[in-house]
Design a binder for this molecule. Structure first.
Ligand code: C5P
Length: 253
């Protein structure tokens, strides 16, 4: 059997050439990284959970007319996605202050923002993904003004969808990051939501207790990351019965 071609290996995922032109197989690893990979660990079952959760969010977005790269889930760790040209920006939407915004502006974590705020970071690990403005984006040609209008519209639709979904299961969507890609349909190009949407790329707090159910559990050593992600998956009805902690075989006496 021919070995499939690896296109790219990132911190949490591997991309392989898909079975048909224009498709890619996205493999979710168990690796967790934070602070630009200065902190690393392997969290058993994380890739399985993120594969299912990203499928769930992308499918839901598709069903309300938000275009995404998702085509179908292939197995526990892989999904088939549409190939696209990734715009080299991380698009962050914030509803409450947290993380780098809290630090940058001296805002207490959890402060409600007057309206959702969209921020952009340049995707460049060597530079630590610096925050950039629309001026930088236009001047350096990372995206056109028309692209930016579409990106903001997509990001805000994702925010409304995800906020409502999470609110329904007692979770506050504090902020999240998406990536957007360009696809060509004949002579037309359009933008679609790409990469992944999972607790790796969102901040999710329990509405009642404020408990963190996202990657901050790993960043801040707050407990078991897989328990936090399993809780999110359970509340959303995603893989409620399946075991995600794939324990090693044990001897039965
Ligand atoms: O770290 P910061 O507060 O800027 O992150 C904002 C949101 O974007 C968080 O939900 C975080 O998980 C996400 N993010 C991400 N990947 C990055 C940077 C931030 O998913 N490289």
């Amino acid at each position: 059997m021919a070995r499939r071609k690896k296109i790219y290996e990132g911190k949490a995922k591997i991309l392989y050439e898909g079975p048909e032109p224009g498709t890619i197989v996205q493999y979710f690893k168990d690796d967790a990284t934070a602070f630009n990979a200065q902190k690393k660990d392997v969290i058993e079952g994380k890739g399985v959970l993120n594969n299912r959760l990203s499928e769930f969010f992308m499918t839901g977005l598709g069903s309300i007319g938000v275009p995404t790269h998702f085509l179908k889930r292939l197995n526990m760790r892989e999904q088939l996605v549409r190939a696209c040209e990734i715009i080299p920006l991380e698009i962050i939407v914030r509803n409450y202050a947290a993380g780098t915004m809290s630090k940058r502006l001296g805002l207490e974590e959890g402060t409600a923002l007057p309206r959702p705020i969209v921020e952009y970071c340049l995707k460049d690990d060597k530079l630590g993904d610096p925050l950039v403005s629309e001026e930088h984006i236009a001047a350096f040609g990372w995206a056109s003004q028309h692209d930016m209008d579409d990106i903001v519209a997509l990001a805000l639709r994702v925010n409304d969808f995800m906020s409502g979904l999470m609110y329904g299961v007692g979770i506050k969507l504090v902020d999240f990051k998406i990536e957007v890609g360009r696809v060509y349909d004949g002579d037309f190009q359009r933008l679609i939501v790409a990469d992944e949407i999972s607790p790796d790329s969102c901040r999710l707090w329990d509405i009642e207790t404020g408990q963190k159910l996202d990657k901050d559990v790993f960043r801040q050593d707050l407990g078991s990351l897989s328990d936090a992600y399993t809780e999110v998956a359970k509340r959303l009805g995603v893989m409620p019965k399946q075991a995600t902690h794939i324990s090693k075989p044990t001897l039965i006496n």
